[in-house]
Design a protein around this ligand. Sequence first.
Ligand SMILES: [Zn+2]
Length: 213
Amino acid sequence: MKMKPLIIVIMVLSISGCSWYGYKDPSNHHFHRVNNYSNAYTLGVQNFTTNETSQKRLNSVKEAFSDVQDIFLNNKKFEKIILSQSWVSSCDGETIEKTSGKELLSDLRALSVKVSVYPKKPWQAIGLTDAINKRMAIDPSRIDLANKDEIIDSSLLINTTAHEVTHLILDENNLIKYRDEGHGKKNCLKNDLASYRVGKAAQAVWIHDKLAK
Ligand SMILES: [Zn+2]
């Protein structure tokens, strides 16, 4: 019984901090560009070790970020989907916030991505983005799916990456513009949120283009 408060403190600390437990901060030399674009997405790779599995994961992550950047900037089908309607940017405030397709597309295209990737499963999630500290945790089992033969599996990392990258967009107050919180309330389904729709749209066009080759 004497241990109870200590146990509770440890539990609270581990729940709130466990997603980033063991995360290492990057130095300048840890950043890798994912493609040859002048504004190429740039990843901090210091949390990938030199072993074969970890290097394979790093390559999958780099490829996914490169493909997502390509889709956001150049894919006409993705553009058509995003421009076709307005999107729920968040529903964690008093009202459901909406953003036009034009604004969402321009936010995605203007985004400069420099983020550290942490290949570790976040607390109760597949991916987690800390836009303020510029870091992103991704479940290694999601990363490993990129090497599956079935395209429905191998495309899932594209969905996760596009979703998480959307969380890096900040508003004029430097707050995350496209958020996840609040779904389930005010008739706002998780699936309606822009971040989820961007993930699914990117996955869909990625599958289409792979099959067309
Ligand atoms: Zn999210």
